[in-house]
Design a binder for this molecule. Sequence first.
Ligand SMILES: [Zn+2]
Length: 112
Amino acid sequence: MFPAKNGRLSWQEALKFINKCPVCGVEYVPEKARLFAQNEKANLVHISCKSCHGNFIAMVLVMQGGISTIGMVSDLNFEDAKRLHVLPPVNIDELIEGRKYINNNDLILKIV
Ligand SMILES: [Zn+2]
């Protein structure tokens, strides 16, 4: 079991469960993970892979009964993640406008 602080596991200890880069499989260095947001229940952590330089964002929930993590590969560096996570979610009108912009400018065809 992990050392507890005030009866709770620390987010750094919980990161031992996220030990490999989901892109290239190289082991992360947990000490390189950086916390960019935190509240009573959740910690948002940014990790960069030393091998492929991919970025990974994890939400680490540390509770009395254990931990839970949710993660995603991201193109955001640490500073972007710290700056952008506070923005409001995209609403339906913005989504429709974005889709129209993509279609009207044939952006899908330009990517392929
Ligand atoms: Zn990697």
